[in-house]
Design a protein around this ligand. Structure first.
Ligand code: COA
Ligand code: MG
Length: 303
């Protein structure tokens, strides 16, 4: 079986596929991951013409190391299959990922997987196109384990709190998480999704924060999801990109400390000890597993 490629997703920037100007801007930002949108950021009248705009942007702009994704319309619409066909036929190897919104079940992801398999064969593509999936309906949250295990082509699940709020009936006042409810309204959903992702060795990413003129609020939401094991957060505006890429990068001092901790543990092992003190706290092999997660992240970023 083909290995899943390792891709950075500290920030996934949403860019309306209807806007040539914004796609141009996005290509120059140096963001880990961009998804060119055909779904909610695009008006119905612009959905079909935007496919060609997206293909042109993928084929002609210099994207550097940025992962290039297209978010298609959901599988209940009349757009979805042609979104995939036109974009993949047009951009071929200049496309890395398809993002599927409003998935309801594993079979939704498998449909996209099969269509991509057919197209890769027909077009003779050398690279496998990956799939990222939005979990934004209560049905999807209930089936998140089967969705996470649906296909080896799946690389990441994203918690989409906007549509999810509508699906669950969460009141608009509480989407920001600031009013009245004791605790974080997304605590359960982020935990649930992250556990399913980790168990299937795929990435978990946190969705959008619409109040883009509130960098502190955005940073706090990113920090919460990072602590739970998510690897990144969406941005809907360029001003959010640097914040996400910082929050989801290990801090340099933590990397130094992690390496020291590993050394201290290895020295302890050499003396026949499984647990030792490090800076006044106990460390053992479980601490080292946590440290290794951080060092893996650092290596992926090139720290
Ligand atoms: N990607 C790339 N460029 C973007 C951008 C994005 N998501 N959002 C804004 N920009 C650009 C603007 O075009 C503008 O460029 P300019 O300085 O060259 O004119 C610059 O960044 C500053 O934008 P600003 O004037 O602050 O905001 P705006 O009114 O142009 O756009 C939004 C605000 C919310 C409409 C816009 O950010 C947007 O469309 N975001 C994405 C929405 C989306 O994808 N939704 C679906 C997923 S939740
Ligand atoms: Mg949505």
């Amino acid at each position: 079986m083909q290995e899943r490629p390792k891709r950075l997703r500290r920030c996934q920037l949403s860019v309306p596929g209807s806007s040539e100007k914004m796609m141009e801007k996005a290509a120059a930002l140096g963001v880990d991951y961009v998804f060119l949108d055909l779904e909610d950021a695009v008006a119905y009248s612009e959905k079909r013409p935007s496919r060609a705009r997206i293909v042109k942007a993928l084929n002609t702009l210099d994207w550097g190391k940025t992962v290039r994704c297209v978010r298609i319309n959901d599988l209940t619409t009349e757009y979805a299959y042609e979104d995939i066909i036109e974009v993949v036929e047009g951009a071929r190897e200049n496309l890395d990922m398809i993002m599927l919104p409003k998935a309801m079940s594993a079979s939704d992801v498998q449909f996209v997987d099969k269509l991509l398999t057919m197209m890769e064969k027909k077009l003779g593509l050398k690279k496998r196109i990956g799939i990222d999936v939005l979990i934004e309906e209560v049905e999807a949250m209930m089936r998140v384990d089967e969705i996470a295990a649906s296909t080896p082509r799946l690389e990441c699940l994203i918690f989409g709190m906007g549509d999810y709020s509508a699906s669950q009936g969460v009141s608009l006042r509480d989407i920001g998480g600031a009013t009245g409810y004791p605790g974080d309204i997304w605590h359960y959903q982020r935990q649930r999704l992250t556990i399913a992702c980790r168990a299937n060795r795929i990435d978990a990413v946190d969705g959008p924060y619409g109040d883009f003129k509130n960098p502190d609020g955005y940073r706090e939401e990113a920090r919460r999801s990072m602590i739970l094991g998510m690897v990144g957060k969406w941005a809907i505006h360029p001003s959010q990109v640097a914040i996400a890429q910082e929050v989801f990068s290990p801090r340099a001092e933590d990397v130094v400390k992690a390496r020291e901790m590993k050394k201290a543990y290895e020295a302890a092992l050499a003396q026949g000890l499984g647990a030792v003190q490090y800076e006044g706290k106990m460390i053992d092999i479980a601490s080292i597993r946590i440290v290794n997660n951080l060092l893996d992240r650092a290596a992926q970023i090139g720290m």
